[in-house]
Design a protein around this ligand. Structure first.
Ligand code: ZN
Length: 194
C-alpha cells in the first residue's frame, strides 16, 4: 500500500495566475482540449476574464476564448463593435449553451488569433440563441445574428478544442498546409527556448 495521495482539487477551481495568461498559438495542446465548466466566477476568475478582454484588445481580436490564453475553462469574451474602441460592446460568456436559430448555414471568411496569417471560409448558422452566465455569474439569454453570431460560434468551438481548420473542406485545409507547418516550427522553437 502506498500513502494516500492528496485528493485532487476540483478542476473548476483551478484558476490560473492572471499574470500567466498570454496568447497561445497553434499547435499548443490546450487548443485541442475540451474545456471544463467554470460556474459562477469568483474574484480570481473575474480577474482572468478582465485580462482576457484586455488581451483581446491588445491583439485586435473581436473574440477570445479562455483556452487561447492558457486557461481550461468554458469562458469566452467578444466585442464585435466595428469601432472596437468602446468597452460597451464587451460581452462575457461563461458555460454557454448554443442553439442555432437559422436553418441554412452561411460560409464566410474567418481568422483566428491562434492561427495568425490564416483565413478560411467557415460555414456557420446565421442566427442563434445563447444561454450563459455573465461576468457577475448571473444567467442570461441572448439572440444574436450576423457577425456576433459567427463570432460566438467560433469562440464556442474553442471550448470544445475545435479550430477553424477542422471546420473546412480538405481542399481549404491543403491550401493552408504550409502556413500550419510554419506555425508548428515557430511553436517548437518557442518551446525549446522556454
Ligand atoms: Zn479563434
Amino acid at each position: 500500500m502506498t500513502t494516500p495521495s492528496r485528493s485532487s482539487p476540483d478542476p473548476a477551481s483551478e484558476i490560473p495566475d492572471v499574470g500567466d495568461l498570454h496568447l497561445r498559438y497553434y499547435p499548443d495542446p490546450l487548443l485541442g482540449k475540451r474545456c471544463r465548466p467554470l460556474g459562477v466566477p469568483n474574484r480570481a476568475a473575474q480577474a482572468c476574464i478582465q485580462r482576457m478582454i484586455e488581451l483581446m484588445y491588445e491583439h485586435q481580436g473581436i473574440g477570445l476564448a479562455a483556452p487561447q490564453v492558457g486557461w481550461n475553462a468554458r469562458v469566452f469574451v467578444t466585442n464585435v463593435d466595428p469601432d472596437g474602441l468602446t468597452s460597451e460592446g464587451d460581452r462575457v460568456f461563461i458555460d454557454p449553451q448554443l442553439e442555432p436559430l437559422s436553418e441554412v448555414p452561411e460560409a464566410e471568411d474567418e481568422g483566428c488569433l491562434s492561427l495568425p496569417g490564416i483565413r478560411l471560409e467557415v460555414e456557420r448558422a446565421t442566427a442563434l440563441r445563447v444561454q450563459a452566465l455573465g461576468f457577475d455569474g448571473e444567467p442570461y439569454q441572448l439572440d444574436a445574428a450576423g457577425l456576433l453570431a459567427r463570432c460566438i460560434q467560433h469562440e464556442n468551438d474553442h471550448l470544445d478544442g475545435i479550430l477553424i481548420t477542422a471546420r473546412v473542406s480538405t481542399l481549404q485545409r491543403i491550401a493552408v498546409r504550409s502556413k500550419l507547418r510554419e506555425l508548428k516550427l515557430q511553436w517548437d522553437e518557442q518551446e525549446r527556448r522556454t
